[in-house]
Design a protein around this ligand. Structure first.
Ligand code: ASP
Length: 349
């Protein structure tokens, strides 16, 4: 298997975040380094033997400031250079990387090349950095091919040792090098001494089609996390937000909510008005099953739809994407009920 083609060319898009920082020797403060001189900071890149071009955001963006504008810029860069490169590595702050990966997976329709997001917990310019390993392995994965075909032609996150489907991933630790997990979908690859791919888990469209980039995301989406004793005033003010089109409702366990009549009638009134309310569990792993308990069934009766085993990040990005395509509430509900790019597991009926 030819997984390390010598001549592969990779476009490295640096958006911002810790990975691209070095310590200023005089002041001791962290500042972004010049990606045009990438090989000075990561001389190991020469040994990989690939052509790596860098394209940094100017100025770099902390991932807390990432959103539809930044996602659009990444999509424009990938679409604009799509035919010139074998794969793409996006360096990104870790804090909202799971949202960006989810959004890109929807915005890059018919993707046929790897888009690997990575970052680090420690800046690339400090001694114990995890950034170099993450960067070098992400580039290897983006370049990996077999018989001229990329091994992982989907949007994914590589972190520490794991390659995960981007729209299945969550940031789960603020300190550990092992900061991301994919609870509801198996790893696409594990990087130990060798990079072991599980190709049976990689998304591959039946018929390759030309890339179809999308740029519009609708911001009229909200996220509401239930907790015991929540005030109905808060629920009402979220549900009655002017212009709101979609809501991700984070519920308990397998999709349960209090059987509070006030809550249920607020939800029913909102779904009757056309708001799309998607039920996502607050648990890290597992699936929403609203039929399982009375407390879930009441949500179904109130017009809430299941988000199955989707992550919150992916459900938010999917709603933004679907409404961004100008779809009606009924169309959005239909698409929430199916997997577009492997983001949910829909149980067989
Ligand atoms: N605040 C940074 C960011 O998300 C942290 C990081 O890069 O990991 O941009």
């Amino acid at each position: 298997m030819e997984t390390r083609p010598e001549k592969a060319s990779i476009l490295l898009i640096y958006t911002g975040g810790t990975i691209g920082m070095i310590e200023n020797a005089e002041t001791g403060s962290l500042e972004p380094f010049d990606f045009c001189h990438l090989e000075e900071h990561v001389p190991e890149l020469k040994d990989l033997g690939y052509t790596v071009s860098a394209c940094p955001f100017d100025p770099p963006v902390d991932s807390s400031d990432m959103g539809p504008e930044g996602w659009k810029k990444i999509v424009e860069l990938i679409a604009g250079h799509y035919h010139g490169y074998d794969g793409f590595v996006v360096l990104h702050g870790t804090d909202t990387m799971a949202y960006t990966a989810s959004a890109l997976s929807f915005m890059l329709e018919n993707l046929g090349k790897p888009v690997v997001l990575t970052g680090s917990q420690l800046p690339i310019g400090v001694l114990r950095t995890d950034g170099k390993e993450n960067l070098i392995t992400a580039i290897e994965i983006a370049a990996a091919s077999e018989g001229g075909r990329p091994l992982v032609p989907e949007v994914c996150i590589f972190f520490e040792n794991s390659l995960m489907r981007g729209n299945r991933t969550r940031k789960v630790n603020a300190d550990n090098f092992n900061a991301f997990s994919s609870y509801n979908y198996p790893l696409l690859a594990y990087a130990g001494v060798h990079i072991r791919y599980d190709l049976s888990q990689v998304y591959r469209p039946a018929l390759p089609k030309p890339l179809r980039p999308h740029y519009e995301m609708d911001r009229h989406i909200a996220l509401l996390k239930l907790f015991p004793g929540m005030s109905m005033q808060v629920v009402r003010s979220v549900l009655e937000t002017p212009g709101l089109k979609g809501l991700v409702l984070e519920t308990f366990g397998s999709g349960n909510a209090p059987r509070d009549e006030a809550l249920l009638s607020l939800l029913k009134a909102a779904t009757d008005r056309g708001l799309v309310v998607v039920n996502i569990t607050q648990c890290l792993g597992g699936c929403v099953e609203m039929q399982r308990y009375e407390t879930g069934k009441r949500l179904l009766e109130a017009g809430v739809i299941s988000g199955y085993d989707s992550t919150t990040e992916s459900a938010v990005a999917k709603l933004m994407f679907l409404f961004g395509q100008g779809m009606s509430a009924a169309e959005v509900k239909d698409y929430m009920n199916c997997s577009l790019i492997g983001e949910v597991t829909i149980p067989a009926q």
